[in-house]
Write a protein that binds this ligand. Structure first.
Ligand code: CUO
Length: 649
């Protein structure tokens, strides 16, 4: 059975090979040419999308190949959804595969990659399939122009090359000090995959795949991205991120120095630019949407499109608010509350050419693959996060019963030395370079600097009055602020980052729970490079090696090597928190091991209709106001830890 699955895996990798060129695999190209979906309409659970697709293609209405695709463009997204649905509704693998070959050479490559990826992530028969890392499918979105030019030169000379990539900007730009995070290929890959697992255009009921707590995950994952940047900023003597506002100047500009494969440079934004009205999105509308959302928050009630009131005054309020602010298809009233977050991306993406006078391509904010490169990304999301905070602050602080775990006490927590360092990482650029010149492929790589840390293990000594299952949550927060003042707990809670969340059995008496950094529920390991993946699959197919399919493989997950903030050379103190609660009271599924589902549930939840494994609000217990007298107890442990940065390992 694994062999059949592996041959499918191989076909998907072939489909995603050099997507900007005609399919170089003759079998797939031939199949794509001869297949006529309209002759097989009974093979689709819903045939309307594929019928529409063929019609749009034949009448030349689709976005042409070679053009830039952005999900934020309504027309381009609608077309992509038609492609996705044609693939998703295919009744069996054969129909899916033929449809994929059919679209591969006919539709825009950006739309194709995105639609195919989301289909692979959600079809039952492709569950466990590995997609190539986004930075290998679209290197242009991840590396800067210099690297691409140098790579071309190397290819012309037919010499293998490793091109060193520097972070954009100069030391005169203070924001440059944290560019290693915003420009990290792992972060961008995580973020783009998160949005593939939780697309804002996802139609839960139509597709029959529920996205449990999607709105809350939208809040929490992005909240954590900002908190993580804030800890990097502290590590580099920068103040916390400031939210932007629609009517204020955006102080820091951004020059992406990145180029589209075709279509020119990504547009830049000079310092102190202001938001501009676009043809169909006005700055004033953003102010109105914000006012209405603030009103809903302070009244703890949202007005639905049918005029009913939807309460926000409980733990599920954040899920509604998340879907309303992003918005996803679950927004209770998109007409009234608008599309605050998505429009924010578009306004920032088109800020330098708001009227389309110069026909500039979309900005970095208009792709999830590139958005975090722009410091304004974090400022937009901080602004949105503050709305969520406003809502959370309307809820009462957690009561004693919600915080305590009677009979259980944490005796001690120890952890290895926490050490971070920079290392080199090579990105395969093979996909970036045109094949139109009849030149052989040579090995060309971009070498980037990236943050990593030494592996570490937590040892948590617990005393319990009985054998039971405990939910363990580990967080890290700042100790001192930018001015060197100790941060009070009720403010600190806004900057704590989740390191791990898991279930452990505690015995009667003392138990030592050991947990490794590599097991973190926040993170995934490095993605495997396509070249090695292809080789491993081929070897397994030829019986030369074994290959274990992981049905729960996740592409979404914070890079494991970025689990810790950088810290400082002389050591930087942080506050570590370990919280134990009664898992039996908060579990959702009956199997505790569902908690491990796919390994990165903390920020990425679960896909394919599974429930989020615990019923506590994400970020518990730091998501609500904390009264310090009432907060700490025997199952909530706090201690100082030090993170030391070494230039290299
Ligand atoms: Cu992930 Cu704004 O939602 O980038």
């Amino acid at each position: 059975a694994d062999k059949i699955f592996l041959s499918k895996q191989r076909e998907v990798l072939k489909l995603l090979n050099k997507v900007h060129e005609p399919n170089r695999f003759k079998d797939q190209a031939d199949l794509g040419r001869s297949y006529d979906p309209t002759q097989h309409l009974s093979k689709y659970k819903n045939a309307l999308p594929v019928k529409t697709l063929v019609k749009q293609y034949t009448s030349g209405r689709l976005l042409p190949r070679g053009r830039i695709f952005t999900l934020f463009n309504d027309r381009q997204r609608e077309q992509m959804i038609t492609i996705f649905e044609s693939l998703f509704y295919a009744e069996d693998w054969d129909t899916f595969y033929r449809t994929a070959c059919y679209v591969r050479d006919r539709v825009n490559e950006g739309q194709f990659v995105y639609a195919l990826s989301v289909a692979v992530l959600h079809r039952e028969d492709t569950r466990g399939m590995v997609l190539p890392p986004a930075y290998e499918v679209y290197p242009h979105l991840f590396v800067n122009s210099d690297v691409i030019h140098a790579a071309y030169r190397a290819k012309m000379r037919q010499e293998p090359a490793v091109v060193r990539m520097n972070f954009t900007g100069t030391v005169r730009n203070p924001e440059q000090r944290v560019a290693y995070l915003g420009e990290d290929v792992g972060i961008n890959s995580h973020h783009s995959h998160w949005h593939m697992d939780f697309p804002f255009w996802w139609k839960q009921d139509e597709y029959g795949v529920k996205k449990d707590r999607q709105g809350e995950l939208f809040y929490y994952m992005h909240h954590q991205l900002i908190a993580r940047l804030d800890l990097e900023r502290l590590s580099n003597d920068l103040p916390f991120v400031k939210p932007l506002y629609w009517e204020d100047k955006i102080e820091d500009g951004f020059y992406p120095q990145t180029t589209y494969r075709v279509g020119g440079e990504f547009p830049a934004r000079p310092d102190n630019f202001e938001f501009q009205d676009l043809q169909d999105i006005k700055v004033k509308d953003m102010v109105d949407y914000t006012r209405r959302i603030r009103e809903a928050i302070s009244q703890q009630s949202v007005i639905t499109r049918w005029g009913q009131n939807l309460p926000l005054n409980d733990t599920m309020g954040i899920n509604i608010l998340g879907s309303l602010v992003e918005p996803s298809q679950e927004s209770p009233n998109p007409q009234y509350y608008g599309a605050l977050h998505n429009y924010g991306h578009i306004l920032l993406g088109q800020i330098t050419d708001p009227k389309g006078k110069f026909d500039m391509p979309p900005g970095v904010m208009e792709h999830f693959e590139t958005a975090t490169r722009d410091p304004a990304f974090f400022r937009l999301h901080k602004y949105i996060d503050n709305l969520f905070k406003l809502h959370k602050d309307m809820l009462p602080p957690y009561a004693r019963e919600e915080l305590e775990f009677p009979g259980v006490a944490i005796q001690d927590v120890t952890v290895d030395d926490l050490v971070t360092y920079f290392e080199d990482f090579d990105i395969d650029l093979l996909n970036a370079l045109d094949d139109t010149l009849e030149l052989k492929d040579v090995e060309i790589k971009a070498r980037v600097r990236r943050l990593n840390h030494r592996p570490f293990t937590f040892s948590i000594t617990v005393n319990s009055n009985q054998e039971q299952m405990a939910a363990v949550r580990i967080f890290l927060g700042p100790k001192f602020d930018w001015f060197g003042q100790e941060i009070p707990i009720n403010e600190k809670r806004l900057y704590v980052i989740e390191l791990d969340k898991f279930v452990a059995k505690v015995n009667k008496g003392a138990t030592v729970i050991q947990r490794k950094s590599s097991e973190s529920s926040v993170a995934i390991p490095d993605r495997e490079t396509t070249k090695i993946l292809v080789r491993r699959v081929d070897d397994a197919l030829q019986g030369k090696a074994t290959y274990t399919v992981n049905k729960d493989v996740r592409h979404c997950g914070y890079p494991e090597r970025l689990l810790l903030p950088k810290g400082k050379r002389d050591g930087m103190p942080f506050s570590l928190f370990v919280i134990l609660t009664d898992f039996d009271k908060e579990k959702v599924n009956d199997l505790p091991w569902d908690y491990d589902y796919g390994g990165s549930i903390s920020y990425c939840g679960t896909v394919s209709g599974h429930k989020y494994p615990d019923s506590k609000p994400m970020g518990f217990p730091f998501d609500r106001q904390i009264n310090s007298d009432n907060f700490f107890r025997s199952n909530i442990y706090q201690k100082d830890v030090v993170i030391t940065f070494k230039d290299s390992e």
